[in-house]
Design a protein around this ligand. Structure first.
Ligand SMILES: [Zn+2]
Length: 310
């Protein structure tokens, strides 16, 4: 609908999106990465670069005080959310029959950081895979919030099984390189091996080839070299993001610091070492609270994407 039409484009042409090297929280230095995070749209100056990410209005999301006995609360019910000290999100609408994103089997892959939809939904993606907190599996089991995982092979290979538990909840696994290389700093052959070797390992472990690729830091996303490497390795789109979760709040690219329908949100598998003492579930609870405050549901990204015909 028109009220949802925005000037932002969904697919960025090569070079249209300049990312600073430190633009994401993909580093291991936790929230401090926020200070330098800035994404520069083709049309304007850096936005969302405030070094202050803490929101005074944030609510504390303590750890659950008790584990349920005899099974978790029913999916999506108020008790499940109350267990995690959260207000329930609105339910996501049914998956659209006509997918807003249609991927081709061959040819250049699109690069996008949002999905065109009038549904009041956002999509949550979680990167890297360093923190493997069993409580987070419990949380997603309780809350049934869909996430898409972009995993780095060498960060997850010591415990592929952890992510199988999240996959078993219906969540999809995508490609985030072998060892988190900054793609624009390595030659094309290395870009290819970073993507193809991760694709092979993730396909073997998770029994399905990753459909999507995300370059570490978003770096090189618009370059022909990266696009060619992605095409050679199997993923059919490069997925970036509009918001990046820090510890208590999101860093927004939009100047008004508000979510918009179809936005893709970046978070990371991180623990207390990288979150100034907070846990993965505390961080994720804060993320859900920020989404809930703005009235959005979380939908499954893959429900809005039509994979290529086999
Ligand atoms: Zn990363």
């Amino acid at each position: 609908m028109n009220r949802h039409v925005r000037s932002r484009t969904t697919v960025y042409a090569a070079g249209a999106l300049a990312l600073l090297a430190a633009a994401t929280g993909c580093t291991s230095d936790g929230g401090s990465g926020a200070a330098s995070a800035a994404l520069v749209p083709a049309s304007g100056s850096p936005v969302g670069g405030s070094p202050t990410t803490a929101a005074p209005s944030r609510s504390a999301v303590p750890s659950p005080t008790a584990s349920p006995t005899g099974g978790g609360p029913a999916a999506g019910d108020a008790a499940a959310w109350a267990k995690w000290h959260l207000t329930p999100l609105p339910p996501a609408p049914p998956a659209p029959a006509d997918k807003p994103v249609k991927l081709a089997r061959t040819g250049p892959v699109p690069v996008f950081s949002e999905v065109k939809t009038s549904d009041k939904v956002v999509f949550v993606t979680i990167d890297d895979g360093a923190e493997k907190d069993p409580k987070f599996v419990e949380m997603l089991t309780d809350l049934k919030v869909p996430v898409s995982m972009f995993l780095t092979r060498d960060i997850v290979k010591d415990d592929y099984g952890y992510f199988k538990r999240l996959q078993a909840l219906g969540n999809h696994i995508h490609n985030h390189t072998v060892d988190h290389a900054q793609m624009s700093k390595v030659p094309p052959e290395k870009q290819k091996s970073e993507i193809c070797d991760a694709q092979a390992a993730l396909t073997q472990q998770y029994a399905t080839p990753p459909l999507l690729f995300r370059p570490p830091y978003g770096d090189g996303a618009g370059t022909p070299a990266l696009n060619t490497a992605v095409q050679q390795c199997g993923p059919r789109a490069v997925v970036l993001w509009r918001e990046s979760m820090q510890i208590h709040d999101m860093q927004y690219q939009a100047a008004d610091k508000k979510l918009r329908a179809g936005d893709i949100v970046l978070a990371h598998f991180r623990g207390p070492k990288d979150l100034k003492g907070e846990t993965m579930t505390q961080m994720f609870g804060e993320l859900l609270a920020r989404i809930q405050e703005q009235g959005f549901a979380v939908a499954r990204l893959e429900d809005y994407i039509e994979a290529p015909a086999a």
